[in-house]
Design a protein around this ligand. Structure first.
Ligand code: FAD
Length: 420
């Protein structure tokens, strides 16, 4: 098969590694629009657009340390070296991805500075037509492929709620996608909107520079973590005036900055409508197993589930897809795939009172998802210890945000214990 991989982040590299493993005789090309591999782990000072006029992809900030221990962040066949501490810096993860790329000799397959502009079903010998711009030469080429793995990430298109009065607020408003260093908040009063992993991590990080941080969220109870004294929690931000933020408990605060840590939207700007995949309230559909296009099963979208052991899951998803593409497993009938998606949506969204936009959220359910993929495709499963450790460290993050990365939490002992 001739396979196109779109993006050379952690998911695209896993796709390349498995396509070139020697199990199959595939021809593969990976297009990457930036000048290096690593995706969101590549830190760039600039925000907005790059020198080619494309939006900056990365959301990485300077002081980021992982919120998961390295024991759950490696690939199944290439783990992060044992000697380092559990919670790594962004540079260590990027170094790790480069080491993975070197180890499996993936560079020859990657075309850097190649921006995929359009993917659509083709009429000729190949199933897919991919239109790519070579950014250095400013030349467009169109190439045919039998199958496509979309690995373009999902932390680059900010989701920003429209707060009443946002257009008259005289202070600064920014999304975490554009955040790089805490010094920009020196002496300021900042409302951080959203208490997901980013909102929590960033409220803490900027509290060292900001005068006061107001963490606004719609969780029913206050988060029990012990924040520094200059961080307070408030319910939803309801309205902005020229200088003030008004919250749903009717309290009012004069603020300098509204900092949106409100997450991201799934976005596939290069997929033509005829690809048969769309985003509905941040649920990507119609997909079989959060992964395979039901309309066109030779199109796979790798890496959509979140709150997962990401790199291992990418590897598993790619192996799952390749088994089907190579006929070692048959795709179910279209009606059955649609039924499976509807049933899962009913269970996960309606019965658990979640919203559509939470459809790809895994968390405690990730183990079941991994087992399901492995069983269906008859491939080596992910070890259950990964899920246990992920769940344990997520809980620790919530319980003790300030200290959860410290050495006294001995992850390696957890690992040994949870393995049994
Ligand atoms: P990305 O890393 O986003 O890579 C996508 C690639 O596709 C990019 O290189 C991009 O340039 C390229 N691309 C996009 N569009 C095109 C196009 N049209 N043409 C060509 N190329 C294209 N995960 C963890 O497991 N632990 C953590 O601690 C953690 N911390 C995080 C902190 C932050 C701030 C963020 C944003 C994410 C974090 N994540 C973390 C999640 C992280 O996104 C995943 O771990 C993983 O790196 C995602 O890999 P990816 O390949 O799916 O996407």
């Amino acid at each position: 098969m001739k396979i196109a991989v779109i993006g050379a982040g952690a998911a695209g590299l896993a796709a390349l590694r498995q396509c070139t493993s020697g199990n199959y005789d595939d021809e593969v090309v990976c297009y990457e629009k930036t000048d290096q591999i690593g995706g969101t782990w590549v830190y760039r000072e600039e925000t907005g657009s790059d020198r080619y006029g494309l939006p900056i992809h990365t959301s990485m900030y300077k002081n980021l340390r992982t919120n998961l221990p390295k024991e759950v962040m490696g690939y199944p066949d290439f783990s992060i070296p044992k000697k380092s501490e559990s919670y790594l810096s962004r540079t260590e993860i990027l170094d790790f991805l480069n080491a993975y790329c070197d180890h499996f000799a993936l560079h020859p397959y990657i075309r850097l500075l190649h921006h995929v502009e359009l993917v659509e079903p083709a009429l000729g010998d190949r199933k897919w037509s991919v239109k790519v711009r070579d950014l250095q030469r400013d030349a467009v080429v169109t190439e045919g492929f039998d199958a496509i793995m979309v690995c373009n990430g999902h932390y680059f298109e900010p989701s920003i709620p429209e707060i009443s009065g946002h257009d008259i607020f005289a202070g600064k408003q920014m999304h975490s996608h554009d955040y790089r260093i805490p010094e920009i908040f020196d002496g300021k009063t900042v409302v951080v909107l959203g208490a997901g992993p980013s909102g929590m991590d960033l409220a803490l990080e900027i509290s060292k520079n900001a005068n006061r941080v107001i963490l606004s969220h719609h969780l029913r109870e206050t988060i029990c973590t012990v924040f520094p004294e200059n961080v307070v929690q408030k319910p939803d931000l309801m309205q902005l005036t020229e200088r003030d933020a008004i919250f749903s408990d009717q309290t009012k605060e004069q603020v300098d900055v509204v900092f949106y840590c409100t997450g991201y939207k799934y976005s596939f700007p290069f997929l033509a409508e005829s690809c048969g995949v769309w985003v509905d309230s941040n649920m990507v559909k119609p997909l079989w197993k959060h992964l395979v296009s039901i309309e066109n099963p030779t199109l796979a979208l790798v890496g959509l589930p979140y709150y997962v052991c990401a790199f291992s899951m990418f590897d598993l998803q790619v192996r799952f897809v390749l088994r089907h593409w190579h006929g070692e497993r048959q795709f179910p009938e279209k009606e059955d795939m649609l039924k499976s998606e509807t049933e899962e949506a009913t269970t996960r969204i309606f019965k658990k009172h979640l919203q559509k936009r939470h459809f790809h959220m895994m968390g405690p359910e990730q183990g079941q998802y991994y087992a399901d993929l492995a069983n269906i495709a008859g491939i080596t499963p992910l070890p259950p210890v990964l899920t246990k450790l992920h769940n344990k460290s997520s809980k620790r993050f919530l319980d003790d945000l300030v200290h959860y990365r410290e050495d006294r939490y001995t992850i390696i002992n957890d690992y040994k214990f949870l393995q049994n």
